[in-house]
Design a protein around this ligand. Structure first.
Ligand SMILES: C[S@@+](CC[C@H](N)C(=O)[O-])C[C@H]1O[C@@H](n2cnc3c(N)ncnc32)[C@H](O)[C@@H]1O
Length: 211
């Protein structure tokens, strides 16, 4: 059977991606730690994160390409990991408050979000003021956000949104307006592995919500 074609990019502002209900998550309060990758693509990071963490940790991936979500969930079921790993078909620009109750998430990962770096496409950038406010509401006290990109302008734009719109303010773990050199969590996404092998510089920012 021919493999189904999966689009490389979709426009998150297209009507079909703004107006749908994401599938509900399992009860997050039953996991002691909840981690979320925003834009998980094929889910490599999610499976590696399950391998790299132990105990009662739930790893969630949000992804706007539905076929990838189905494949990830099928693979997790085949591997007997469905209780630890779940992918959700959702638009992170729209659905975060619907999916995550207040103070329910320990860690958000923004691993190499799509590079909408032309000025005319700025409105498509994933880290808007609204997204920052919604992530802060969803984080537990002491929760963290790791953002990483190999595109400097994207990382700088994200840093601006996080530092300017955090309310309560997020704490930049390297000091205001600063990047961290290394990924403190060890687990690499597919894109991170690729650019690291190339020797491309990765721009990383780590924030925490005061306890
Ligand atoms: C460049 S890929 C990075 C994938 C992975 N995080 C990595 O580092 O290898 C970005 C992913 O985010 C997804 N994405 C883009 N905009 C999104 C949105 N608004 N909501 C959910 N997922 C989105 C894309 O479909 C794509 O799979």
């Amino acid at each position: 059977m021919a493999a189904k074609r999966i689009r490389h990019h979709v426009n998150p502002l297209a009507l079909q991606y703004l107006d749908f209900d994401p599938a509900p998550l399992p009860d997050l309060s039953s996991a002691s730690v909840v981690e979320v990758e925003l834009g998980c693509a094929e889910g490599d990071f999610l499976f590696d994160r399950v391998r790299d963490t132990s105990g009662d940790v739930l790893i969630v991936g949000l992804e706007i390409r539905r076929k990838l979500v189905d494949r990830i969930n099928e693979k997790a079921a085949r591997m007997g990991l469905a209780h630890r790993l779940v992918a959700v078909f959702a638009n992170l620009n729209v659905h975060i408050p619907e999916i995550f109750p207040p103070a329910s998430v320990d860690r958000f990962f923004f691993n190499f979000p799509d590079p909408w770096f032309k000025n005319s496409q700025k409105k498509r950038r994933v880290v808007s003021r609204q997204v920052v406010e919604e992530l802060i509401k969803a984080l537990k006290p002491g929760g963290q956000i790791l953002f990483q990109s190999d595109v400097f302008d994207i990382a700088l734009d994200a840093m601006y949104s996080f530092e300017a719109f955090g309310c309560p303010p997020l704490v930049n773990e390297s000091g205001e307006w600063s990047f961290i050199r290394h990924n403190p969590f060890g687990t690499m996404s597919r894109r991170e592995r690729h650019v690291t092998e190339d020797g491309t510089r990765v721009w990383r920012i780590l924030y925490s919500l005061p306890s």
